[in-house]
Design a protein around this ligand. Sequence first.
Ligand code: GLC
Length: 418
Amino acid sequence: MTDRQEAARAILRGNDRGGYTVPTARLYPFQWNWDSAFVAMGWATFDAERAWAEIGTLLRGQWEDGRIPHIVFHAPADTYFPGPAVWGTAHTPRSSGIVQPPVLASAARRVFTADPDRARAEARMAAIFPHLAANHRWWAAARDPDGTGLVAILHPWESGMDNSPAWDGAMARVPDATTTPIVRRDTGHVAAAMRPREQDYRRFIHLVEVYRTCGWEAERMYRTAPFRMADIGTMAILLRAERDLLALADRFGAAERDGIGVRIARLADAVERMWDGGRGVYLSRDLIGAAPAPAATSAGFLPLWAGCYEHAAEMAATLARWSARAGFAVPSTDPADPGFEALRYWRGPIWAVVNWMSGEGFAAAGQGKAADPVRADTRALIEGAGFAEYFDPVTGAGAGGASFSWTAAIYLLLTRDS
Ligand code: GLC
Protein backbone atom coordinates (compact mmCIF):
# COMPACT_ATOMS: atom_id res chain seq x y z
CA MET A 1 0.00 0.00 0.00
CA THR A 2 1.27 3.46 -0.90
CA ASP A 3 1.41 6.49 1.39
CA ARG A 4 -1.28 8.13 -0.65
CA GLN A 5 -3.63 5.18 -0.33
CA GLU A 6 -2.98 5.30 3.40
CA ALA A 7 -3.80 9.03 3.34
CA ALA A 8 -7.07 8.30 1.50
CA ARG A 9 -8.06 5.77 4.15
CA ALA A 10 -7.15 8.29 6.85
CA ILE A 11 -9.55 10.82 5.29
CA LEU A 12 -12.43 8.36 5.43
CA ARG A 13 -11.59 7.50 9.02
CA GLY A 14 -11.25 11.17 9.92
CA ASN A 15 -14.62 12.03 8.37
CA ASP A 16 -16.33 9.04 10.01
CA ARG A 17 -18.95 10.23 12.48
CA GLY A 18 -19.86 6.73 13.67
CA GLY A 19 -21.56 4.78 10.87
CA TYR A 20 -21.69 7.60 8.35
CA THR A 21 -18.99 9.63 6.65
CA VAL A 22 -19.41 13.39 6.23
CA PRO A 23 -18.27 14.69 2.82
CA THR A 24 -15.89 17.04 4.63
CA ALA A 25 -15.84 18.67 8.07
CA ARG A 26 -17.70 22.00 8.52
CA LEU A 27 -18.76 22.71 4.90
CA TYR A 28 -20.85 19.47 4.71
CA PRO A 29 -21.36 18.18 8.27
CA PHE A 30 -24.14 15.59 7.65
CA GLN A 31 -24.70 12.43 5.57
CA TRP A 32 -25.16 13.12 1.87
CA ASN A 33 -26.88 10.50 -0.27
CA TRP A 34 -24.70 9.98 -3.35
CA ASP A 35 -21.51 10.87 -1.48
CA SER A 36 -22.22 7.95 0.85
CA ALA A 37 -22.72 5.58 -2.07
CA PHE A 38 -19.27 6.38 -3.48
CA VAL A 39 -17.77 6.40 -0.01
CA ALA A 40 -19.19 2.93 0.70
CA MET A 41 -17.38 1.63 -2.38
CA GLY A 42 -14.20 3.28 -1.09
CA TRP A 43 -14.58 1.71 2.36
CA ALA A 44 -15.18 -1.66 0.69
CA THR A 45 -11.63 -1.63 -0.70
CA PHE A 46 -10.33 -2.19 2.87
CA ASP A 47 -13.20 -2.54 5.37
CA ALA A 48 -16.35 -4.22 4.06
CA GLU A 49 -18.06 -4.16 7.44
CA ARG A 50 -17.73 -0.38 7.53
CA ALA A 51 -18.98 -0.15 3.93
CA TRP A 52 -22.18 -1.98 4.86
CA ALA A 53 -22.60 0.33 7.85
CA GLU A 54 -22.46 3.39 5.55
CA ILE A 55 -25.31 2.00 3.47
CA GLY A 56 -27.34 0.93 6.48
CA THR A 57 -27.03 4.36 8.08
CA LEU A 58 -28.15 6.10 4.89
CA LEU A 59 -31.15 3.78 4.70
CA ARG A 60 -32.21 4.87 8.18
CA GLY A 61 -33.10 8.11 6.44
CA GLN A 62 -35.37 6.37 3.89
CA TRP A 63 -38.99 7.55 3.98
CA GLU A 64 -42.10 5.35 4.11
CA ASP A 65 -42.80 6.16 0.46
CA GLY A 66 -39.38 4.82 -0.62
CA ARG A 67 -37.47 8.05 -1.22
CA ILE A 68 -33.94 8.36 0.13
CA PRO A 69 -33.37 12.02 0.98
CA HIS A 70 -30.36 13.94 -0.22
CA ILE A 71 -29.23 14.83 3.32
CA VAL A 72 -29.79 12.95 6.57
CA PHE A 73 -29.23 15.13 9.64
CA HIS A 74 -28.16 12.45 12.11
CA ALA A 75 -26.65 14.96 14.55
CA PRO A 76 -26.97 18.75 14.83
CA ALA A 77 -24.35 21.10 13.33
CA ASP A 78 -24.57 24.83 12.77
CA THR A 79 -22.01 25.16 9.98
CA TYR A 80 -24.40 24.39 7.09
CA PHE A 81 -27.41 26.17 5.56
CA PRO A 82 -30.21 25.14 5.00
CA GLY A 83 -30.54 23.00 8.13
CA PRO A 84 -33.48 20.83 9.24
CA ALA A 85 -35.72 23.73 10.31
CA VAL A 86 -35.75 25.17 6.79
CA TRP A 87 -36.70 21.81 5.27
CA GLY A 88 -39.45 21.23 7.83
CA THR A 89 -39.93 17.55 6.98
CA ALA A 90 -41.59 15.13 9.41
CA HIS A 91 -39.14 12.24 9.11
CA THR A 92 -37.00 10.83 11.94
CA PRO A 93 -34.02 10.98 11.72
CA ARG A 94 -34.43 14.47 10.36
CA SER A 95 -33.73 14.89 6.68
CA SER A 96 -34.21 17.04 3.62
CA GLY A 97 -37.18 16.16 1.39
CA ILE A 98 -35.51 16.09 -2.01
CA VAL A 99 -33.27 13.32 -3.36
CA GLN A 100 -29.95 12.84 -5.17
CA PRO A 101 -28.66 10.62 -8.00
CA PRO A 102 -29.45 7.00 -7.04
CA VAL A 103 -25.98 5.49 -7.10
CA LEU A 104 -26.84 3.37 -4.06
CA ALA A 105 -27.90 0.07 -5.69
CA SER A 106 -24.76 0.11 -7.86
CA ALA A 107 -22.64 0.79 -4.79
CA ALA A 108 -24.38 -1.95 -2.82
CA ARG A 109 -23.75 -4.46 -5.58
CA ARG A 110 -20.09 -3.54 -5.63
CA VAL A 111 -19.77 -3.84 -1.86
CA PHE A 112 -21.54 -7.20 -2.10
CA THR A 113 -19.02 -8.44 -4.66
CA ALA A 114 -16.01 -7.04 -2.78
CA ASP A 115 -16.89 -8.45 0.64
CA PRO A 116 -14.56 -11.38 1.43
CA ASP A 117 -17.02 -12.66 4.07
CA ARG A 118 -19.65 -14.27 1.84
CA ALA A 119 -22.09 -15.14 4.62
CA ARG A 120 -22.11 -11.55 5.82
CA ALA A 121 -22.51 -10.25 2.26
CA GLU A 122 -25.50 -12.51 1.67
CA ALA A 123 -27.15 -11.49 4.93
CA ARG A 124 -26.60 -7.76 4.42
CA MET A 125 -27.81 -7.78 0.85
CA ALA A 126 -30.89 -9.77 1.78
CA ALA A 127 -31.71 -7.09 4.34
CA ILE A 128 -31.22 -4.08 2.07
CA PHE A 129 -32.55 -5.36 -1.26
CA PRO A 130 -36.20 -4.56 -0.41
CA HIS A 131 -35.18 -1.00 0.47
CA LEU A 132 -33.36 -0.53 -2.83
CA ALA A 133 -36.33 -1.95 -4.74
CA ALA A 134 -38.74 0.37 -2.90
CA ASN A 135 -36.52 3.29 -3.75
CA HIS A 136 -36.48 2.47 -7.47
CA ARG A 137 -40.27 2.04 -7.50
CA TRP A 138 -40.48 5.48 -5.89
CA TRP A 139 -38.38 7.01 -8.67
CA ALA A 140 -40.72 5.66 -11.34
CA ALA A 141 -43.96 6.57 -9.57
CA ALA A 142 -42.93 9.95 -8.17
CA ARG A 143 -40.76 11.26 -10.96
CA ASP A 144 -42.17 9.65 -14.09
CA PRO A 145 -45.86 9.42 -13.22
CA ASP A 146 -46.90 9.43 -16.89
CA GLY A 147 -44.53 6.59 -17.79
CA THR A 148 -42.63 8.46 -20.52
CA GLY A 149 -39.22 7.27 -19.35
CA LEU A 150 -38.18 10.90 -18.80
CA VAL A 151 -37.51 10.77 -15.08
CA ALA A 152 -37.55 14.24 -13.53
CA ILE A 153 -35.55 16.09 -10.94
CA LEU A 154 -37.38 18.98 -9.27
CA HIS A 155 -34.44 20.87 -7.77
CA PRO A 156 -30.91 21.43 -9.13
CA TRP A 157 -29.54 19.96 -5.89
CA GLU A 158 -31.19 16.66 -6.85
CA SER A 159 -28.79 16.36 -9.78
CA GLY A 160 -25.82 16.67 -7.42
CA MET A 161 -24.55 19.27 -9.93
CA ASP A 162 -26.03 22.27 -8.20
CA ASN A 163 -25.23 25.26 -10.42
CA SER A 164 -24.62 23.53 -13.76
CA PRO A 165 -25.24 25.80 -16.78
CA ALA A 166 -27.54 23.03 -18.02
CA TRP A 167 -30.11 24.42 -15.54
CA ASP A 168 -29.68 28.11 -16.46
CA GLY A 169 -32.67 28.39 -18.79
CA ALA A 170 -35.05 26.52 -16.50
CA MET A 171 -33.79 28.31 -13.37
CA ALA A 172 -34.30 31.72 -14.96
CA ARG A 173 -38.06 31.07 -14.68
CA VAL A 174 -37.88 30.29 -10.95
CA PRO A 175 -38.66 33.34 -8.78
CA ASP A 176 -35.82 34.47 -6.56
CA ALA A 177 -38.09 35.64 -3.74
CA THR A 178 -37.90 33.79 -0.43
CA THR A 179 -39.55 34.15 2.96
CA THR A 180 -36.71 32.22 4.65
CA PRO A 181 -33.78 34.46 5.57
CA ILE A 182 -30.76 33.21 3.65
CA VAL A 183 -27.78 32.77 5.94
CA ARG A 184 -25.13 31.22 3.77
CA ARG A 185 -22.45 29.30 5.63
CA ASP A 186 -20.60 27.90 2.59
CA THR A 187 -18.88 31.17 1.72
CA GLY A 188 -17.46 31.29 5.25
CA HIS A 189 -15.56 28.07 4.48
CA VAL A 190 -14.45 28.57 0.85
CA ALA A 191 -14.02 31.52 -1.52
CA ALA A 192 -17.27 32.96 -2.90
CA ALA A 193 -15.85 32.86 -6.44
CA MET A 194 -15.90 29.05 -6.29
CA ARG A 195 -19.49 28.76 -5.05
CA PRO A 196 -22.93 29.29 -6.58
CA ARG A 197 -24.01 32.95 -6.80
CA GLU A 198 -26.43 34.73 -4.42
CA GLN A 199 -29.27 34.66 -6.93
CA ASP A 200 -28.80 30.91 -7.44
CA TYR A 201 -29.17 30.47 -3.69
CA ARG A 202 -32.38 32.52 -3.54
CA ARG A 203 -33.84 30.31 -6.24
CA PHE A 204 -32.64 27.12 -4.55
CA ILE A 205 -34.41 28.21 -1.37
CA HIS A 206 -37.51 29.36 -3.22
CA LEU A 207 -37.88 25.80 -4.53
CA VAL A 208 -37.46 24.38 -1.04
CA GLU A 209 -40.29 26.63 0.14
CA VAL A 210 -42.56 25.53 -2.70
CA TYR A 211 -42.09 21.86 -1.83
CA ARG A 212 -42.40 22.45 1.90
CA THR A 213 -45.79 24.01 1.11
CA CYS A 214 -46.64 20.78 -0.75
CA GLY A 215 -46.01 18.93 2.53
CA TRP A 216 -43.21 17.08 0.69
CA GLU A 217 -45.91 14.92 -0.87
CA ALA A 218 -44.41 13.43 -4.05
CA GLU A 219 -47.40 13.78 -6.36
CA ARG A 220 -48.04 17.42 -5.36
CA MET A 221 -44.36 18.27 -5.70
CA TYR A 222 -44.25 16.89 -9.24
CA ARG A 223 -47.39 18.71 -10.38
CA THR A 224 -46.49 22.02 -8.68
CA ALA A 225 -42.79 22.08 -9.58
CA PRO A 226 -41.57 25.33 -11.15
CA PHE A 227 -38.41 23.41 -12.16
CA ARG A 228 -38.72 20.01 -13.79
CA MET A 229 -35.76 18.61 -15.72
CA ALA A 230 -35.03 15.22 -17.23
CA ASP A 231 -31.40 15.22 -16.06
CA ILE A 232 -29.29 12.94 -18.22
CA GLY A 233 -26.93 12.31 -15.30
CA THR A 234 -29.67 11.17 -12.93
CA MET A 235 -31.36 9.10 -15.64
CA ALA A 236 -28.13 7.34 -16.59
CA ILE A 237 -27.28 6.64 -12.95
CA LEU A 238 -30.80 5.31 -12.35
CA LEU A 239 -30.59 3.12 -15.45
CA ARG A 240 -27.31 1.64 -14.26
CA ALA A 241 -28.74 1.17 -10.77
CA GLU A 242 -31.77 -0.66 -12.21
CA ARG A 243 -29.45 -2.99 -14.13
CA ASP A 244 -27.49 -3.66 -10.95
CA LEU A 245 -30.71 -4.29 -9.05
CA LEU A 246 -31.82 -6.72 -11.75
CA ALA A 247 -28.55 -8.62 -11.44
CA LEU A 248 -29.23 -9.00 -7.71
CA ALA A 249 -32.93 -9.80 -8.09
CA ASP A 250 -32.51 -13.49 -9.03
CA ARG A 251 -30.96 -14.15 -5.68
CA PHE A 252 -32.65 -11.56 -3.47
CA GLY A 253 -36.03 -10.59 -4.93
CA ALA A 254 -37.27 -12.51 -7.95
CA ALA A 255 -40.71 -10.91 -7.65
CA GLU A 256 -39.16 -7.56 -8.62
CA ARG A 257 -37.72 -8.82 -11.91
CA ASP A 258 -40.57 -7.96 -14.24
CA GLY A 259 -41.04 -4.48 -12.83
CA ILE A 260 -37.35 -3.72 -13.09
CA GLY A 261 -37.31 -5.01 -16.67
CA VAL A 262 -40.16 -2.72 -17.69
CA ARG A 263 -38.48 0.29 -16.11
CA ILE A 264 -35.15 -0.48 -17.77
CA ALA A 265 -36.72 -0.66 -21.22
CA ARG A 266 -38.57 2.63 -20.72
CA LEU A 267 -35.55 4.44 -19.34
CA ALA A 268 -33.10 3.15 -21.95
CA ASP A 269 -35.45 4.27 -24.69
CA ALA A 270 -35.80 7.76 -23.18
CA VAL A 271 -32.02 8.13 -22.75
CA GLU A 272 -31.53 7.42 -26.46
CA ARG A 273 -33.95 10.23 -27.33
CA MET A 274 -31.61 12.64 -25.53
CA TRP A 275 -28.63 12.05 -27.81
CA ASP A 276 -27.43 15.23 -29.54
CA GLY A 277 -25.45 14.34 -32.65
CA GLY A 278 -24.33 17.94 -33.22
CA ARG A 279 -22.65 18.23 -29.82
CA GLY A 280 -21.55 14.60 -29.70
CA VAL A 281 -22.95 14.07 -26.22
CA TYR A 282 -26.29 13.42 -24.49
CA LEU A 283 -28.21 16.49 -23.26
CA SER A 284 -30.66 16.96 -20.39
CA ARG A 285 -34.16 18.13 -21.24
CA ASP A 286 -36.27 20.90 -19.72
CA LEU A 287 -39.70 19.30 -19.25
CA ILE A 288 -41.51 22.59 -18.62
CA GLY A 289 -39.88 24.56 -21.43
CA ALA A 290 -39.99 21.43 -23.64
CA ALA A 291 -36.46 22.04 -24.92
CA PRO A 292 -33.01 20.50 -24.60
CA ALA A 293 -30.78 21.99 -21.89
CA PRO A 294 -28.72 24.92 -23.19
CA ALA A 295 -25.30 23.55 -22.18
CA ALA A 296 -23.45 20.29 -22.78
CA THR A 297 -21.99 18.96 -19.52
CA SER A 298 -20.02 16.00 -18.22
CA ALA A 299 -23.32 14.36 -17.17
CA GLY A 300 -23.80 13.74 -20.89
CA PHE A 301 -21.10 11.04 -20.82
CA LEU A 302 -22.81 9.04 -18.09
CA PRO A 303 -25.05 6.94 -20.36
CA LEU A 304 -21.83 4.96 -20.94
CA TRP A 305 -21.84 4.12 -17.22
CA ALA A 306 -25.38 2.84 -17.79
CA GLY A 307 -24.36 0.54 -20.65
CA CYS A 308 -25.52 2.72 -23.58
CA TYR A 309 -22.66 2.20 -26.02
CA GLU A 310 -24.19 3.14 -29.35
CA HIS A 311 -22.43 6.52 -29.55
CA ALA A 312 -19.29 5.64 -27.60
CA ALA A 313 -16.84 6.50 -30.38
CA GLU A 314 -18.43 9.90 -30.96
CA MET A 315 -18.34 10.59 -27.23
CA ALA A 316 -14.67 9.64 -27.09
CA ALA A 317 -14.03 12.26 -29.79
CA THR A 318 -16.06 14.85 -27.87
CA LEU A 319 -14.11 14.15 -24.71
CA ALA A 320 -10.80 14.50 -26.54
CA ARG A 321 -11.93 17.91 -27.84
CA TRP A 322 -13.00 19.13 -24.39
CA SER A 323 -9.80 17.90 -22.72
CA ALA A 324 -7.55 19.44 -25.35
CA ARG A 325 -9.26 22.78 -24.92
CA ALA A 326 -9.33 22.77 -21.10
CA GLY A 327 -6.14 20.88 -20.25
CA PHE A 328 -7.46 18.05 -18.06
CA ALA A 329 -10.38 15.60 -18.28
CA VAL A 330 -13.33 15.80 -17.63
CA PRO A 331 -14.42 19.44 -17.36
CA SER A 332 -17.97 19.55 -15.98
CA THR A 333 -19.05 21.90 -18.77
CA ASP A 334 -17.98 21.97 -22.40
CA PRO A 335 -15.09 24.48 -22.24
CA ALA A 336 -16.30 26.04 -25.50
CA ASP A 337 -19.67 26.85 -23.90
CA PRO A 338 -20.24 30.51 -22.89
CA GLY A 339 -21.41 29.28 -19.47
CA PHE A 340 -18.05 27.61 -18.74
CA GLU A 341 -16.20 28.93 -15.64
CA ALA A 342 -13.06 27.03 -14.65
CA LEU A 343 -13.43 27.50 -10.90
CA ARG A 344 -17.13 27.87 -10.19
CA TYR A 345 -18.32 24.57 -8.83
CA TRP A 346 -20.29 22.63 -11.49
CA ARG A 347 -19.74 25.17 -14.28
CA GLY A 348 -16.32 23.85 -15.32
CA PRO A 349 -14.35 22.12 -12.55
CA ILE A 350 -13.48 18.42 -12.62
CA TRP A 351 -15.15 16.11 -10.10
CA ALA A 352 -13.53 12.76 -9.32
CA VAL A 353 -16.82 10.88 -9.05
CA VAL A 354 -17.97 11.87 -12.53
CA ASN A 355 -14.54 11.02 -13.90
CA TRP A 356 -14.65 7.60 -12.31
CA MET A 357 -18.07 6.72 -13.73
CA SER A 358 -17.04 8.06 -17.15
CA GLY A 359 -13.80 6.08 -17.07
CA GLU A 360 -15.68 2.89 -16.19
CA GLY A 361 -18.16 3.61 -18.98
CA PHE A 362 -15.59 4.31 -21.68
CA ALA A 363 -13.63 1.20 -20.68
CA ALA A 364 -16.72 -1.03 -20.75
CA ALA A 365 -17.59 0.39 -24.17
CA GLY A 366 -14.19 -0.63 -25.51
CA GLN A 367 -12.97 2.99 -25.71
CA GLY A 368 -9.67 2.55 -23.87
CA LYS A 369 -8.22 5.58 -25.60
CA ALA A 370 -10.76 7.71 -23.74
CA ALA A 371 -10.87 5.71 -20.49
CA ASP A 372 -7.10 5.70 -19.98
CA PRO A 373 -6.54 9.47 -20.05
CA VAL A 374 -9.60 10.11 -17.87
CA ARG A 375 -8.30 7.72 -15.24
CA ALA A 376 -4.70 8.96 -15.56
CA ASP A 377 -5.79 12.61 -15.24
CA THR A 378 -7.94 11.83 -12.19
CA ARG A 379 -5.01 10.16 -10.47
CA ALA A 380 -2.57 12.88 -11.46
CA LEU A 381 -4.90 15.64 -10.23
CA ILE A 382 -5.31 13.99 -6.85
CA GLU A 383 -1.62 13.16 -6.55
CA GLY A 384 -0.69 16.71 -7.54
CA ALA A 385 -3.29 18.73 -5.64
CA GLY A 386 -4.55 16.46 -2.85
CA PHE A 387 -8.00 15.15 -1.97
CA ALA A 388 -9.80 18.34 -2.94
CA GLU A 389 -13.55 18.62 -3.47
CA TYR A 390 -12.95 19.37 -7.18
CA PHE A 391 -10.21 20.57 -9.56
CA ASP A 392 -9.59 23.43 -11.95
CA PRO A 393 -9.57 21.79 -15.42
CA VAL A 394 -7.15 24.38 -16.81
CA THR A 395 -4.45 24.56 -14.12
CA GLY A 396 -5.12 21.30 -12.26
CA ALA A 397 -5.29 23.16 -8.93
CA GLY A 398 -7.46 21.72 -6.16
CA ALA A 399 -10.50 23.79 -5.10
CA GLY A 400 -13.47 23.86 -2.72
CA GLY A 401 -13.30 21.87 0.50
CA ALA A 402 -10.20 19.85 1.46
CA SER A 403 -9.88 16.27 2.80
CA PHE A 404 -12.94 15.32 0.79
CA SER A 405 -14.39 11.87 1.35
CA TRP A 406 -15.58 11.03 -2.14
CA THR A 407 -12.30 12.13 -3.73
CA ALA A 408 -10.48 9.82 -1.29
CA ALA A 409 -12.91 6.99 -2.09
CA ILE A 410 -12.39 7.38 -5.83
CA TYR A 411 -8.62 7.36 -5.34
CA LEU A 412 -8.94 4.03 -3.53
CA LEU A 413 -11.10 2.64 -6.35
CA LEU A 414 -8.75 3.87 -9.06
CA THR A 415 -5.63 2.46 -7.42
CA ARG A 416 -7.02 -0.67 -5.79
CA ASP A 417 -4.86 -3.00 -7.86
CA SER A 418 -1.60 -1.15 -7.34
C1 GLC B 1 -22.51 19.78 -3.12
C2 GLC B 1 -22.43 19.00 -4.43
C3 GLC B 1 -23.17 17.69 -4.28
C4 GLC B 1 -22.61 16.91 -3.09
C5 GLC B 1 -22.57 17.77 -1.82
C6 GLC B 1 -21.79 17.11 -0.70
O1 GLC B 1 -23.81 20.16 -2.83
O2 GLC B 1 -22.92 19.73 -5.49
O3 GLC B 1 -23.08 16.92 -5.43
O4 GLC B 1 -23.36 15.78 -2.87
O5 GLC B 1 -21.96 19.00 -2.08
O6 GLC B 1 -20.50 16.76 -1.12
